[in-house]
Design a binder for this molecule. Structure first.
Ligand SMILES: Nc1ncnc2c1ncn2[C@@H]1O[C@H](COP(=O)(O)OP(=O)(O)OP(=O)(O)O)[C@@H](O)[C@H]1O
Ligand SMILES: [Mg+2]
Length: 257
């Protein structure tokens, strides 16, 4: 299997707060790689470093052969088209209608004519069950719709890899399953590689090829859903089963969690 994202000995601190203390893993082409772990363990910070939105203190991140800490200008353009980040709350422009939010990159960065960009936006919106919302404004949409608009915008850039930060948080159980299916479809039909951060254990087990559990600055285990379900690691066990007693809560009580 081809490794398309390589993270090597990544370290990141904010002052005294050591968030990543040597993180190493690879993501394979076309897989759904899920990252889980208690709140505040640095999942979002990890995604931001892979997306080039935050700089690690040390270590290496290689995305489709590009060392993202040393990109030249040509690579920077290629990097932006290879990997997109879907923000937790969508980060839509409230002043632009839905179609323009989706087509923003095509119009502003690629110089594609408005009519053609609008057609593309319409296509991706229809894929996500959002036909008819083109001329609405984000404020008129529900949370789940906004998340899908944000995904349509990412798809419009036709990336090879999509990073999702908590795609289903705040969604009802039905919408969560619909979103999970969407992510599975991105993999199966569109051959996208996805990295998904989620707190939803059921959702992770439904979609993941592999799951990484992050805790205390390190990855404590990487495995298939079956391996994670049957893990003997006390941190993984406590996290997956949502148990109130265990190493995670002990660390929190000691102020290290
Ligand atoms: N820009 C920043 N400046 C300083 N500290 C930060 C910054 N961003 C994140 N942190 C700190 O880094 C740690 C990890 O934050 P992060 O947002 O990655 O956690 P998380 O695992 O995504 O949590 P959650 O599950 O609650 O979303 C936290 O202690 C947080 O306070
Ligand atoms: Mg987060």
């Amino acid at each position: 299997m081809k490794e398309v994202i390589i993270v090597e000995n990544l370290k990141k601190s904010f002052g005294e707060n050591v968030v990543h203390d040597g993180i190493t893993f690879s993501v394979y082409d076309g897989e759904i790689f899920v990252i889980m772990g208690p709140s505040g363990t640095g999942k979002s910070v990890l995604l931001k470093q892979i997306a080039g939105l935050m700089k690690p203190d040390s270590g290496k991140v290689v995305v489709y052969g590009m060392d993202i800490l040393n990109l030249d200008e040509e690579e920077l353009v290629r990097f932006r088209e290879t990997l997109t980040y879907v923000f937790q709350h969508g980060a839509l422009f409230d002043s632009l209608p839905v179609w323009h939010n989706v087509a923003f990159y095509l119009i502003e960065k690629k110089g594609i004519k408005e009519k053609e960009a609008r057609e593309k936006a319409r296509y991706y919106l229809s894929l996500l069950g959002l036909s008819g919302t083109e001329d609405h404004y984000p404020s008129e949409l529900s949370g789940g719709m906004k998340k899908r608009v944000a995904l349509a915008r990412a798809l419009c850039m036709n990336p090879k890899c999509i990073l999702f930060d908590e795609p289903t948080s705040g969604l009802d159980p039905v919408m969560t399953v619909i979103f999970d299916r969407l992510i599975l479809r991105l993999k199966k039909e569109f051959k996208k590689t996805c990295i998904v951060v989620t707190h939803d254990v059921n959702s992770a087990f439904r979609i993941a090829d592999r799951i990484a559990i992050l805790w205390n600055g390190k990855i404590v285990q990487i495995g298939t859903p079956e391996e994670i379900k049957h893990s003997e690691n006390p941190v993984v066990k406590q996290f997956i089963n949502g148990e109130p007693e265990g190493p995670i809560t002990i660390a929190m009580e000691q102020g290290n969690g």
